[in-house]
Design a protein around this ligand. Structure first.
Ligand code: ZN
Length: 307
């Protein structure tokens, strides 16, 4: 009888442990945590989350952040499995030893240089104040390209780093004379008549790279099948993002007017998000020549296309 009791206790232990660990493992094994900022540049990852919810594959847990620095803290410390992030920030993390790979583009094009109504050409920016979100950004590169069009360099203007949400009102109040930042904040400046578009990104830098989808080495190595599936689903979601679908998803995640989103979405596309070696090498050249970094990671060590 004693033996039976022990047996049943052991059995109960096995069952409960089995159930608990079974449930726990299943959830964490199926979930991929992705960090994002509420900008139209991260729409492909938001679209993927929508599509995945309807399938029985891996589940995505979207983790929303209010600033790039908070998002990077989470990515660099491994609190998330990946992120949609400005590629230059990810390159910097990689350079500093963080184990991450960029596995796809965030989007094509999708940036504009917005200036006050008094400015009619790039050379008019001489002596003016211009805002970018972060020194490590394609917005900084696009600013350098803009200045070059007017025969200017960054020595001829004052550059300030501002939070994206503050830029439209800073332009309207005259605190700054222009800005370049992730969307929809360019469209917002235009919609409140604070300024106008001086250049779109494709006029300054053909096939520009701005945001990337990044995954941690930890996730890629521990869960190679999930990583492969995740990246395939991401590219599929990007290809499916026509204007109508992009608007529907954007309206669900962003608290912006339809007018702002419509303006913004006409500047951006999400099809074929693979990163080619040629476009990445052009990016690293610009990063070096405009002083963002002396030693950006090479394509072979940072970009992963072979899943
Ligand atoms: Zn971007």
């Amino acid at each position: 009888m004693m033996q039976n009791k022990i047996k049943s206790l052991i059995l109960a232990g096995i069952i409960s442990t089995g159930l608990l660990s079974g449930c726990g493992n299943k959830n964490s094994e199926n979930t991929v945590k992705i960090a994002y900022l509420p900008i139209t540049h991260s729409l492909a990852v938001l679209e993927e989350a929508q599509e995945l919810e309807q399938e029985n594959g891996i589940k995505m847990e979207l983790v929303k952040f209010g600033s790039w620095s908070e998002l990077l803290d989470a990515l660099n410390s491994g609190r998330v499995d990946g992120a949609s992030v400005l590629i230059e920030l990810a390159m910097k993390s990689k350079q500093e030893g963080v184990g991450i790979k960029v596995v796809a583009l965030g989007h094509h094009d999708g940036n504009v240089v917005v200036v006050s109504n008094a400015i009619n050409s790039a050379s008019d920016l001489k002596g003016k104040t211009f805002a970018i979100p972060h020194r490590q950004s394609s917005h900084n590169i696009l600013l350098n390209e803009t200045l070059a069009k007017g025969g200017l360099t960054t020595d001829d203007i004052t550059i300030t780093e501002l939070a994206p949400t503050e830029m439209p009102s800073a332009l309207a109040s005259g605190q700054i004379d222009g800005y370049c930042v992730a969307e929809p904040f360019g469209a917002m400046g235009v919609s409140i008549h604070a300024g106008k578009v001086l250049y779109s990104s494709e006029e300054l830098w053909e096939d520009s790279i701005c945001c990337g989808l990044v995954l941690t080495d930890h996730f890629i190595e521990d869960r190679p099948e999930d990583a492969k599936q995740f990246v395939e689903n991401y590219k599929k979601a990007g290809n499916a993002l026509d204007t109508e679908k992009a608007m529907a998803t954007a309206k669900q995640y962003f608290s912006q007017s339809e007018e702002v989103l419509a303006t913004s979405l006409q500047w951006i596309s999400y099809n074929n998000l693979e990163i080619t070696e040629d476009t990445y090498n052009i990016l690293t050249e610009k990063v070096k020549s405009y002083g963002l970094s002396d030693n950006p990671p090479a394509y072979s060590e940072f970009v992963k296309n072979d899943f």
